[in-house]
Design a protein around this ligand. Sequence first.
Ligand code: ADP
Length: 347
Amino acid sequence: MFRSARLKLTLWYFLTISFVLLLFSALIYQAGSMLLFENLSRLYLRLQALELNVSSPTRLPRNLRDPQVELADIDKTEFVEELNLAKQKLLFSLILIDFGILSISTFLAYILAGKTLSPIERALVAQKRFTTDAAHELRTPLTAIKTSLEVNLKDNNLSRVAAIKILKENLKDIECLRKLSNDLLLLSQVEKANQQVRQETIALDELLADLINKFQAISKNKNIKIVGQAEHELIKADYLKLNQLLSILIDNAIKYTPKSGKIDLNFFTEKNKTFFQVKDNGIGISKQNLPLIFDRFYQVEAARTKNSNPSFGLGLSIAKEIAKQLNANLKVESRLNKGSTFTLCLC
Ligand code: ADP
């Protein structure tokens, strides 16, 4: 599809260049022919004057400027032959130059068309992959619900206890679907162009307190200790987006830290930059997986199997998009089985 679009675009570039080139060549030929006619006539008149031993005219007779006018004073046949020869040479040179320009510009147009179309191609490929991945993630819980319902509907001896167990399993799958649709919606929202980014005054210690409060219940559930450190410093940023981004990082830290683990939150400013660190002593990420964790739907296999919560590998891609909007830098350092530190820097 992109090859034919590239060829079509090249053809359009080629036609445009050819049209401009043809126009200019016609003008150059016209002007060149006039000049040739004038110069040749002047030369012939001078030669004749020399032959007749009379002084040559310094200016052309007016009627000489008109190519249709009879040239009474000069040898007409020889003059016309010379003029035609010179015009032919001019035409040949122009054709040669045009051919050269057209060949080079067609080649350049082909490269340019490729460059013009490549961001669109990349975006389309990414969108296609995204749709396939989303469909794949949707299919798993949907198939589980459908199979379970079909099998159990046929079972005439299904007890009430068994039915409740099945319904609870189905509910889990539905929760999975709900989480996926929420993540997809959030991703599409944060990806919207021209998003408004507020500049609100935020106190670092208050933001920290809000976040600790938000995650208190789930961290207690896993017996994970959250330790926070922040001074009462005021910064300007979009509170909701910042909170959203840090929530993703803290949520991951809890998810990927085994029971009785520890999470350190450290918010501080240094040299006009604000740093937000989320450090855990959880399962960590291997070196080869580190560059991939920000990709959509990417999940490290160990995390996928160990984690009981529904997750789809969208959290960090959402976090990265929000960081981009906040003009912030999101970095990660991690060691397998030792823990990870995510650092967001507001520059
Ligand atoms: P998910 O919803 O699966 O957590 P994310 O995009 O948030 O998706 O994370 C992508 C992958 O990065 C996860 O599957 C996990 O393997 C890894 N990851 C993210 N945060 C951490 C962390 N704090 N510790 C260990 N691994 C992490």
